[in-house]
Design a protein around this ligand. Sequence first.
Ligand code: FMN
Length: 335
Amino acid sequence: MSFKKKFYLGSLELSNNIFYAPLAGCSDLAFRKMSKIYDPGLFFCEMVKMDALIRYDPNTFRLLDYTKDMHPIGAQICGSKPEIAYHSAKIIEDLGFDVIDLNCGCPVDKVTKDGSGSALLSHPERIGEILHEMVAAVKIPVTVKIRAGYDDQSVNAPEIVTIAEKAGAKCITVHGRTRKQAYKGLADRDVIKECKARANTIYVFGNGDIFDVPSAHHMFEHTECDGIVISRGSMGQPWIADDIRRYYESGEVVERDTNAIKEHLLKHFQYILEYKSERKALLEMRKVGCWYLKNCVGVKQIRQELNKASSTQDMLDLIHNFSWEESNERTTCAV
Ligand SMILES: Cc1cc2nc3c(=O)[nH]c(=O)nc-3n(C[C@H](O)[C@H](O)[C@H](O)COP(=O)(O)O)c2cc1C
């Protein structure tokens, strides 16, 4: 499949088949406000833990804050216990989310140590059990996000596609790296292609290394996936879904000059300030600023300056006084 202007997950109508991934520590309310401007078919809050959800932990619920105009919106849960998956999924549906996703890809030790995230890849039958509970609990579409496998010797994503399909999941996102790879090397698109060939009713979305229109096009062409999920490519490029859509709809290649990028950074900062204390907003801008500045001359130096900014005015001065000269070198975002 290629780009689709209308896309259905069950009975849920989405404006297209380009999704933005859940990004722990990144896809917060401000990030999603920026994303919404460019209308990806679906985007997600940051991942939340099932255990924390069913404890009604306030910090976890805060990660799930969204505004009415953000629909359709997805939540992603992470956990390894089928016995709490039903309750967790119900909470997400009751909060008004349109889609619920199960995380089977997070490589971070503090997540995998209790068997959650990518640790589930070594226990595919448990993925089926958890999904089964989630599907039984809710009417909204249940989806799942996996990696190619645990390591090169145990690439089992195609097997998990069948398990997820049988459990009733509507869509599976396949990140073409193994857990062992973490974020290193390139994502293997052949394994995504194999997953798509294995699927009967479940949609397969391709994920990994989509940073621009050509890489999105290659993902569609090479894997024949039903849609794409953009992750690091959405950091500091909230417009990427729009660029891809315009390319498919009219062949238009959109150029975003550094002035436009500056305006977006200012807007993103404003959204952060509306939601967080000044202190937290300034800390957040150390990361967010780098996303938007990554293709500019002098990024190394301004990174250090961003770390020192001690007030909103300091930060605004930095952004306004920066040269915003485009560099010929292209870098991807630091993880
Ligand atoms: C900072 C960061 C946070 C992430 N958080 C999540 C997450 O919460 N849930 C998830 O399924 N994947 C998460 N991922 C993985 C990405 O969604 C994606 O699978 C991975 O980065 C590969 O895609 P990319 O090469 O296009 O970035 C995260 C990745 C990064 C870099």
